[in-house]
Design a binder for this molecule. Structure first.
Ligand code: ADP
Ligand code: MG
Length: 297
């Protein structure tokens, strides 16, 4: 389809461990639409991270083996690209936001130095212009006092601020796709919401597509246009957020959704037309600033 940015087809990933072969991902099909936000949902160990790391060729162990499938990014199979080209695509076209911002940043360099380094790795700009772009990236993620923060070291920032910096680094080369693996798990609830809202804003304003790995259906309801539910390496169910949230087909998905209290619908709610119900129910806050047609329709 023309509007598919990333299409994972029939992906299978094995790990060869001392205890035998682990089939971490089994014949998974997942699509991220251009400008869409896909939530990859499932409990711990279901294969979400392995799937998203496969996209970037970052499985990082010789014991990992991709045994089937294609990963099409704008129609080109990433699994057939060499390391050099994958490096160019990482950061240049696909940005990664990892779970742990602390480990994603180097403690011995300032925020500014790290941003400038990444920018210059991917773009032919001189230092002064790279600095300008770095500052812009920090402003984009609404880091307070961005100018001053350029000179800060990671440990001088709060957890939420560090995650903003990681997002700024991922965005600095204006990728078309952002892969975010549980980007808010390490943060407290208020900061989690701020970071999710930031991702939503980036999607709306820059049109950046996002694949967000999460175990939380609340995140899906707040953010996602599309969902894929994984369990034990398999994609059990996928579709638009509207479809999956309002009428989940698989009993496993139904069970996961019961764990999110605010998604439960009372008999009275059910009398309200679906789109309207979703608007009021899922995210009042997301309505601020001009509508949530993505989630609502
Ligand atoms: P999730 O992100 O959904 O919590 P993962 O994708 O990290 O799950 O893991 C999926 C499966 O692959 C799990 O059974 C996990 O133990 C296994 N796995 C992940 N990484 C490795 C590895 N480096 N070596 C062996 N097994 C792994
Ligand atoms: Mg994971």
């Amino acid at each position: 389809m023309a509007d598919d940015l990333l299409r994972i087809e029939d992906l299978s990933v094995d790990f060869h461990t001392d205890g035998g072969v682990v089939h971490a991902v089994k014949h998974a099909n997942i699509t991220v639409r251009d400008g869409g936000i896909l939530g990859l949902v499932g409990e711990s160990g279901s294969g979400k991270s392995v799937t998203s790391l496969s996209v970037l060729g970052l499985l990082g162990t010789t014991r990992a083996e991709i045994t089937s499938g294609r990963i099409l990014f704008r129609g080109a199979d990433l699994l057939r690209k060499g390391q050099a080209e994958l490096r160019r695509i990482r950061g240049g076209h696909i940005g990664l936001v990892s779970q742990n911002a602390l480990s994603a940043l180097d403690p011995s360099f300032t925020i500014g130095a790290q941003l400038i380094e990444v920018i210059r790795r991917h773009q032919k700009v001189d230092k002064a212009n790279a600095r300008k772009l770095a500052l812009e990236a920090l402003e984009l993620v609404a880091l307070p006092e961005a100018e001053r923060r350029m000179k800060s070291y990671p440990h001088e920032l709060s957890g939420g601020q560090r995650q903003r910096v990681v997002i700024a680094i991922a965005l600095s080369c204006r990728p078309e796709l952002l892969l975010a693996d549980e980007p808010t798990t390490a943060l407290d609830a208020t900061v989690q919401k701020q970071i999710l809202d930031l991702l939503l804003e980036i999607n709306r304003e820059l049109g950046t597509a996002i694949l967000i790995v999460t175990h939380d259906f609340g995140v899906v309801a707040h953010l996602c246009t599309d969902v894929a539910v994984m369990r034990r390496g398999e994609v059990l169910e996928s579709g638009t957020a509207e479809q999956v949230l309002s009428s989940p087909e698989h009993p496993y998905t139904q069970g996961l959704m019961k764990a999110v209290p605010r998604l439960r619908l009372s008999a009275q709610d059910r009398a309200v037309p679906r789109a309207e119900r979703r608007l009021t129910e899922f995210s009042e806050s997301a309505l601020v600033g001009g509508g949530r047609e993505r989630v609502a329709l």
